[in-house]
Design a protein around this ligand. Structure first.
Ligand code: ATP
Length: 617
């Protein structure tokens, strides 16, 4: 049933040799540092496939993959699902640290003493500056010391640790912390920030070794993806559970893509990890993503901006790079820029039939909504759709909706109902359904059952949609048909990230709204499906959202002082954008921008590295 470790092969098209192979097969904890496109995510996916299929992670034990952002968690899960059969990938759990902490609290809440135990229906709150000032104002009489601190300081004090309810308070900070926690925990439902959830999860595993043992017994291996973005509190939870246990940890990251410094990401995290988990470190030296010209540019700029640059080698160096791989454009104003970008993409599409609109990404640091308003009409004028996938529909960004199992389930059924086979909709639908129904499709009887269930659903979808034009069917009808109340309960039980029914319902409504938007613009079901999959549109997103993704052509807009203000993260943000491109990158500047003094250092280095900036009239 298991593959012999010596006969294990990576997935087709993936070359795993040398250090990478050593990492895949490692029995000890390791940290892997590597530059962009070095295959860090792929390496974790291959290691998961290796551990699960060879029995190094034997059933019922599991792999726990923790990422620090929702997108990274989903990316990794998607890759493992693409590379392993469902009965294997089911033992791979990929979730954010927040979701993991919340799950720990939800499962073991009773282990907390009465002073710290929130009500079972607690809500997550996101206090902003005004909330802290309101707290200060309301309780100033009870605790005058509150007035000595500003909003940021109050947040730090409250989240430094769980409060002590016994013994004497030693300081004002202790008293402030205790007051906040008392007030929020005594609300019905209780109100907790995510940091409070993490602190409570730490308190549980510290106080109850049996809980810690249960978690460690579940997971033989732990992956930490995008580890450069971990904060001190998050890292504490990982230590509190896994330090000095047999769990084998694999942390991957790129210190040069650390763009969460503003959110408290820990510097020197890899050194700490080595110290606490005895983890040796490894470096990956190839860039599998970008062509030689782009890799050279990344190397040149790394040498210019960092004291400790690591040169990466282009794994594709024998392939030719396009002559126009790197260019800068300077436009008179934003209106001229919009027209030219639309024309550039339209011309590129007509010159290269292998490209689709979704191979182009427009990246900006900020204000993608404003950029969408500005560019969308100009793109529409030449027949190109632009999707701002960072736009929120209800509580979720479009790009997150697209990765949701609920959404994939709906889209796969629409695809089958309308004969679209690309992307294996049958497998997607059956795997999700098997998970929901608890069926093991490697067993013949369950395989047959899941097949019949899929067929039934396809018939229902055909009945609802086939004889009508897309804009005659609403998203609500599709959602109501396929995501019944019982099905919602199944999703809640199966996908732990769907934390409660309220969230799931908001998500289903968001899917419906997005369906309506796609249907309104398309004149065929194939067109709707293309839009639903984000295929027929050029992508517009923030650089933060582009992390972990890649595109044939990346156009970097608003490269000016509105978006770069000499923050500590500027250089890393710039590198993240640069390294998303496989074939071509464009830097687009407009003379009507506020100014270029903060980005001048990038512009100078780009020109020194051979990027030619044309004035476009
Ligand atoms: N070992 C490999 N052999 C062939 N192709 C690979 C290999 N590893 C990764 N790739 C391909 O290279 C690209 C980049 O891989 P991946 O996204 O895993 O890199 P990463 O290090 O996580 O990138 P980043 O940190 O820049 O987001 C992907 O298209 C992936 O399929």
């Amino acid at each position: 049933m298991f593959v012999d470790p010596d006969n294990w092969k990576p997935s087709p098209g993936i070359a795993i040799e040398g250090t990478a192979l050593e990492v895949v097969k490692s029995h000890s904890s390791l940290s892997i540092m590597a530059g962009p496109g070095a295959g860090k995510t792929e390496l974790l996916a291959q290691r998961a496939a290796y551990l699960l299929t060879t029995g190094e992670c034997p059933p019922p034990r599991r792999i726990l993959a923790i990422a620090f952002k929702v997108d990274a968690a989903r990316n990794l899960k998607d890759r493992v699902e693409q590379r392993c059969p469902p009965e294997v990938s089911r033992r791979f759990e990929s979730l954010t640290l927040h979701a993991f902490a919340k799950r720990t609290l939800d499962q073991f809440r009773e282990a907390l003493g009465p002073d710290l135990r929130p009500s079972a229906d607690y809500q997550i709150i996101f206090p902003n500056r005004d909330s802290w000032l309101e707290f200060q104002r309301r309780f100033a009489q009870e605790l005058p010391a509150l007035q000595d601190y500003n909003a940021n300081q109050l947040s730090s004090i409250v989240h430094a640790d769980v409060p002590k309810f016994d013994g004497d308070d030693t300081s004002n900070e202790d008293r402030i912390r205790r007051l906040w926690w008392q007030k929020t925990l005594s609300l019905r439902p209780a109100a907790l920030t995510f940091d409070m959830v993490i602190l409570l999860a730490i308190a549980i595993v510290r106080a109850q070794p049996i809980v810690r043992d249960a978690i460690v017994a579940t997971y033989s291996h732990v992956f930490l993806d995008e580890f450069q973005d971990v904060t001190s509190r998050q890292y504490h939870l990982i230590r509190a559970i896994f330090e000095n246990t047999p769990a084998v940890l694999t942390a991957v990251g790129d210190t040069k893509q650390a763009i969460m410094g503003w959110a408290g990401a820990l510097p020197q995290i890899f050194d700490r990890f080595a110290e606490h988990f005895g983890a040796d470190s490894r470096k990956l030296q190839f860039n599998f993503r970008s062509n030689a010209k782009i890799v050279n540019l990344i190397n040149d700029l790394s040498a210019a901006f960092w004291d400790d640059p690591v040169r990466t080698e282009c794994a594709r160096k024998n392939e030719p790079s396009p002559p126009d791989a790197l260019e800068g454009w300077l436009f008179e104003d934003r209106a001229a820029e919009g027209v030219a970008l639309a024309k550039f993409i339209k011309d590129s599409l007509s010159q290269n039939e292998k490209l689709g609109p979704h191979d182009f990404a427009i990246l900006a640091r900020l204000d993608v909504n404003g950029i969408e308003r500005r560019l969308a009409p100009q793109f529409a004028a030449v027949g190109i759709k632009l999707t701002n996938e960072a736009r929120m529909i209800g509580p979720v960004a479009i790009q997150d909706i697209m990765k949701e199992p609920v959404y994939l389930f709906l889209v796969s059924l629409l695809k089958m109902a309308h004969g679209v086979r690309q992307g294996s909709p049958f497998q997607t639908c059956r795997n999700i359904l098997a998970g929901l129904e608890g069926l093991d499709i490697s067993v013949e009887r369950d395989a047959g059952r899941s097949l019949r269930m899929v067929q039934d659903l396809v018939v229902q979808t055909v009945e609802l949609t086939a004889r009508r034009a897309p804009n005659e069917v609403t998203g609500e009808q599709v959602g109501g048909l396929l995501i019944t109340p019982e099905r919602k309960q199944q999703f809640l039980r199966t996908y732990r990230e769907y934390q409660n029914l309220e969230y799931l319902e908001a998500l289903v409504s968001a899917c419906a709204v997005y369906f309506d938007e796609c249907a309104a613009e398309a004149n065929s079901w194939a067109g709707v499906i293309e839009s639903l999959e984000g295929k027929g549109a050029v992508k517009l997103m923030t650089i933060h959202k582009s992390k972990g993704l890649e595109y044939d052509t990346v156009i970097f807009v608003e490269f000016n002082d509105d978006a770069f203000w000499n923050s500590a993260d500027d250089v890393n943000v710039f590198f993240v954008a640069l390294s998303r491109a496989r074939e071509r990158i464009r830097f687009s500047l407009t003379k009507d921008a506020r100014g270029f003094s903060n980005v001048n250092r990038f512009l100078e280095k780009l020109q020194e590295s051979g990027v030619v900036f044309h004035e476009v009239t």
